[in-house]
Design a protein around this ligand. Structure first.
Ligand code: HSE
Length: 448
């Protein structure tokens, strides 16, 4: 089957990430989607710059409507942003029978009702994983993974700029204005950061999540929105002393009717600075990272964490939508979501490696005789095997075996090495008469 053809409207940071990741991982993506996916046309006002990003094989135009008019294009990615021309182009693409993928949270939070209705009438998809929390697949989690649940509440750090500012204010005890200036200098805040710092961007995202969680229309105009501009460094400090961190949260919460408490049923939809117990995982989400907690009646509390912005993290979400559309709408029925994520005919024969081929780093603890030269012999064996040492800790003999002890513990952290190589080195160390007990080995992963 020939590749599905995609037209890209706007090739800035996320657009170039999408183009590059799609090209870099094209074989793997094809094996998942059941069909190749290619960006064959790009529209951007700066044609020369766009052409330099995509190379000569891709048609670049300045008029986005040339893409919408092209009958060979099946999917249009809208990465222009804003409500103006982006809205017109999304509606025109839908009218032309194209599926649409967009990262435009502002557009969908405000005009989603109109856009989704147009897409339903035309039988096309408008997919927007990239619009909420960048690379975190929170839309898919809410819409599919948690579909059994009544969602009781969700709460998220869904704006990286403000989380970076709050982290800096807390770490350095600085005031908002000072940190904002620094955030702009470092590129964490845009030249005009109004939407971020006033909570509007987070409210767009919370609005979209509330619609998916509760099956209500998108209603940005009903959201309560309060940003972080009035927050003082003193409040962050006092909250800390009381065991809390202050985070800008986007919250959507179901409230059931309760006559005794004069409570009516409805959905709370709000964005504001919030005290969160410091021991909660989400309270420790620092810098520009995002995280969303979702509490469902069956599953309990779940947490999703990752990069909420940036070129390739957001591209990751855009391309996930391209794959969904390709699987569900343009391939044959065999190509719906496969059991093992890859199409059955595309499984690879890459082997699962034997443990001796695994590469990782290690914690080793050796109970040794407290004698001259023992450490040198042990490290000599590691050096001879080409295993690099990261750190060594030697306990005082007294600490290990009590006063006058003749034994001690040597703890070694290694850098990455092959397990088979370490096995050989461990066997040599274990055979030393000065190694008095079986060596303890614990594998170490930095998970960075
Ligand atoms: N400006 C947003 C943020 C990223 O700071 O998280 C895109 O939504």
């Amino acid at each position: 089957m020939k590749p599905i053809q995609v037209g890209l409207l706007g090739i800035g940071t996320v657009g170039s990430g999408t183009f590059n990741v799609l090209r870099r991982n094209q074989e793997e993506i094809k094996r998942r989607a059941g069909r190749g996916i290619e960006i064959t046309m790009v529209a951007d006002l700066d044609v020369a710059r766009a052409q330099s990003v995509v190379g000569e094989g891709v048609t670049v135009v300045s008029d986005a409507r040339a893409i919408i008019a092209n009958p060979d294009i099946d999917i249009v990615i809208e990465l222009i942003g804003g409500y103006g021309i982006a809205k017109a182009l999304v509606l025109e693409a839908i009218a032309a029978g194209k599926h649409v993928v967009t990262a435009n949270k502002a557009l969908l939070a405000v005009h989603g009702t109109e856009i989704f209705a147009a897409a339903s009438a035309k039988g096309v998809m408008v997919a927007f994983e990239a619009a909420v929390a960048g690379g975190i697949p929170i839309i898919k989690a809410l819409r599919e993974g948690l579909t059994a649940n009544r969602i009781q509440w969700l709460a998220g750090i869904i704006n990286g700029t403000t989380n970076f500012i709050l982290s800096e204010m807390r770490d350095k005890g600085l005031d908002f204005d000072v940190v904002l200036k620094e955030a702009k200098r470092l590129g964490y805040a845009e030249a005009d950061p109004t939407f971020d710092i006033e909570g509007v961007d987070a409210a767009h995202k919370a609005t979209l999540m509330s619609a998916i969680a509760y099956g209500i229309p998108v209603q940005f105009d009903k959201a309560y929105v309060e940003g972080i501009t009035q927050l003082g460094a003193a409040d962050i400090r006092y909250a800390e002393q009381l065991g809390y961190r202050i985070k800008l949260l986007g919250i959507a919460k179901r409230r059931d009717a309760d006559a005794a408490r004069h409570q009516s049923a409805g959905i709370e939809l709000r964005v504001h600075p919030t005290l969160v117990p410091a021991k909660r995982l989400i309270a420790n989400v620092e810098g520009a990272m995002n995280a969303v907690m979702v509490h469902g009646d069956a599953v309990g509390t779940t947490l999703y964490y990752g990069k909420g912005a940036g070129s390739e993290p957001t591209a990751s979400a855009v391309i996930a939508d391209l794959v969904d559309i390709t699987r569900l709408h343009t391939a044959d029925p065999q190509n719906r979501v496969p059991h093992l994520a890859f199409q059955p005919g595309s499984l690879s024969d890459l082997p699962v490696l034997p443990m001796t081929e695994v590469i990782t780093s290690y914690y080793l603890r050796l109970r040794v005789a407290d004698q001259a030269g023992v450490l040198a012999t042990v490290t000599g064996i590691l050096a001879g095997a080409g295993i690099s040492i990261d750190a060594v800790l030697q306990r005082e003999a007294d600490e290990v075996g009590g006063e006058g002890s003749t034994q001690t513990d040597v703890i070694i952290l290694t850098h990455d090495t092959k397990e088979g190589t370490l096995n050989d080195a461990m066997a040599q160390m274990q055979a030393l008469p000065t190694v008095l007990a079986p060596i303890t080995r614990i594998r170490k992963e930095e998970l960075a």
